[in-house]
Design a protein around this ligand. Structure first.
Ligand SMILES: NC(=O)c1ccc[n+]([C@@H]2O[C@H](COP(=O)([O-])OP(=O)(O)OC[C@H]3O[C@@H](n4cnc5c(N)ncnc54)[C@H](O)[C@@H]3O)[C@@H](O)[C@H]2O)c1
Length: 406
């Protein structure tokens, strides 16, 4: 049974209250978000917890949501211990009335002795391997984390994948929860219970499917997210709407470059519902791999130069081309999707031909003998799974889309 819970964020205070009943918490955190994250600031004068001077959180005040291509900063710190004034003129104070606290320090304040320790690392695909997992196991053991403890991963998809996997191995498995800090992790990686690491250059080769206790989605983190990472998240958000809701896809594209909090949560919930139906990917969950067979091969061949979200965008374009060329869709799908992805500033063209990608695709986890399962679209919101031989795919994907729009 899936015990997952997707929880809209209300800052550090909301997170602390979720952890209220935990006896022990161990933090696995991306070093890039450990310090100076907007998550750690509180906003006045309407801040409900202001009087208590407790770890509380800040919420962004712009209604439009974070912006692709611009970090919508609303709060700048003013001196080491002083208050800060946001761009919107609102008064902001750092959590606890003090500046310079890290996520770990704030959690320690909130949890006291129940905060057992932390493991920080610089998230990268190179660091997403067994050696980091072993380091985390050792840190948890040295901190004395018991079997009843909870591992809290705060970071992007690399952190939630590694933290969840490390938790799943420690003492034969302790519980874990995710606080995603990238858009990609908020709508995808942190949800659904897939955890794991890379092996010998092959992505996510080792891992388990095990559901988090909760996924806490707070878009305050996105204010510091680099533009390229934000775009990568948009690729997964649009993917989810292409699979699950044609109307939301249209809405999200129309809203670009803004990405609304509501759309982030809606995408997370679509993924949550798909996973709830099929947690171990024996059927319907596979649709979440739209574009991913191509994407994994592109990432592999580019040796990391193409980011996951960028590769997914290129892969979805190819999957739409395949849908059009095989007569699964009406022939205008690729052009339609290109238009939306272009507005999102996403790359559309794979640097490799499908023929060049085929070697890596045949080693993909989804490959079964000669045939590979591809996710195609009849139309936005209507995915289908097709088992295809690679020669068929190579033949169908040659050339570019017609530029005819819907
Ligand atoms: N488990 C799943 O179901 C699933 C699904 C999709 C992707 N993934 C995995 O997720 C990974 C990609 O995730 P990602 O794109 O979140 O990458 P990531 O974790 O590497 O984060 C991207 C970069 O942004 C930085 N960062 C994170 N949050 C930040 C913030 N708030 N402000 C500033 N910088 C921040 C990180 O340090 C990193 O440099 C891949 O390894 C992929 O395999 C897993």
């Amino acid at each position: 049974m899936v015990t997952q819970r997707l929880i809209p964020g209300t800052g550090v205070a909301g997170l602390a209250s979720l952890l209220q009943n935990e006896r022990e918490v161990f933090l696995v955190c991306d070093a890039a978000v450990h310090k100076n994250t907007p998550f750690l600031y509180t906003e006045g004068p309407n801040c409900p917890d202001r009087a208590q001077n407790d770890p509380v959180f800040v919420h962004r005040t712009d209604e439009e949501g974070p912006v692709v291509g611009k970090n919508a900063s609303f709060c700048t710190r003013d001196g080491e211990n002083g208050p800060a004034v946001g761009e919107n003129g609102l008064f902001c104070t750092p959590v606890g009335g003090e500046a310079g606290l890290t996520v770990g320090e704030v959690l320690k304040r909130a949890l006291g002795e129940r905060f057992k320790g932390e493991f920080l690392f610089d998230a990268s695909e190179a660091a997403k391997g067994m050696s980091t997992v072993v380091e985390i196991e050792r840190a948890m053991m040295e901190a004395g984390l018991s079997r009843g403890g909870l591992v809290l991963s705060i970071g992007g998809g690399i952190t939630t994948d590694v933290g969840g996997f490390a938790a799943s191995l420690y003492k034969r498995g302790v519980r874990f929860a995710n606080v995603p800090t990238t858009l990609l992790a908020m709508v995808d990686a942190a949800i659904g219970g897939k955890t794991g690491v890379n092996l010998d250059g092959y992505k996510n080769m080792v891992g388990v499917i095990r559901q988090p206790e909760f996924v806490y989605i707070d878009d305050a983190f996105l204010q510091t997210l680099p533009e390229r990472e934000m775009r990568c998240g948009v690729a997964e958000l649009l993917k989810t709407f292409l699979l699950g809701d044609a109307r939301l896809y249209e809405e999200a594209v129309a809203n670009l470059p803004h990405v609304s909090r509501e759309h982030i949560l809606a995408a997370g919930r679509i993924k949550e519902a798909i996973v709830a139906d099929d947690p171990f990917e024996s059927g319907r969950r596979m649709i979440l791999n739209l574009g991913h067979t191509f994407a994994h091969a592109i990432e592999k061949l580019s040796d990391g130069a193409v980011a996951h979200g960028e590769a997914v965008a290129m892969g979805i374009v190819l999957a739409c081309r395949l849908s059009d060329r095989l007569g699964v869709s009406d022939g205008s799908l690729e052009a339609y999707v290109r238009e939306g992805f272009k507005k999102a500033g996403l790359p559309l063209e794979s640097p490799y031909s499908v023929k060049e990608l085929s070697g890596a695709m045949s080693r993909d986890k989804k490959a079964a003998g000669e045939k590979i399962k591809f996710i195609l679209l009849e139309s936005p919101g209507k995915p289908v799974i097709k088992e295809l031989v690679l020669s068929e795919v190579i033949k169908a994907c040659g050339g570019r889309a017609s530029l005819a729009s819907r």
